[in-house]
Every structure is written in structure tokens, then in C-alpha cells.
Design a protein around this ligand. Structure first.
Ligand SMILES: [Zn+2]
Length: 50
């Protein structure tokens, strides 16, 4: 089985997993804060997306 770690802070995922879709890829994060961080990072990289 693969390791399940937060895509933002790299901690181990436990019960409160949030799945966010970034550029067509589904990634899992440990909390809402990390989801927001990833969203902001993606927005900064993509730029063109509203
Ligand atoms: Zn996290």
C-alpha cells in the first residue's frame, strides 16, 4: 500500500482527510489550512485560471 501523506505539509494522513483537485490531479491534505495553502500555491503557479 502506498503512504498517504499530506500534499502540503507532508504529515501522515489520519481521519480528517481532505481531497482537493489541482490541475486535474486529486491530492490529499490533512486539514483545511493545508487545502487552502495548496489552492493558493496552485493559483500562483497557474495564474491564468480564475
Ligand atoms: Zn497538512
Amino acid at each position: 500500500m502506498d503512504d498517504r501523506t499530506c500534499a502540503a505539509c507532508d504529515c501522515e494522513l489520519e481521519t480528517d482527510i481532505i481531497t482537493v483537485t489541482l490541475g486535474g490531479r486529486a491530492v490529499e491534505v490533512c486539514c483545511q489550512d493545508c487545502a487552502l495553502l495548496l489552492g493558493e500555491a496552485q493559483a500562483a503557479i497557474a495564474g491564468s485560471e480564475a
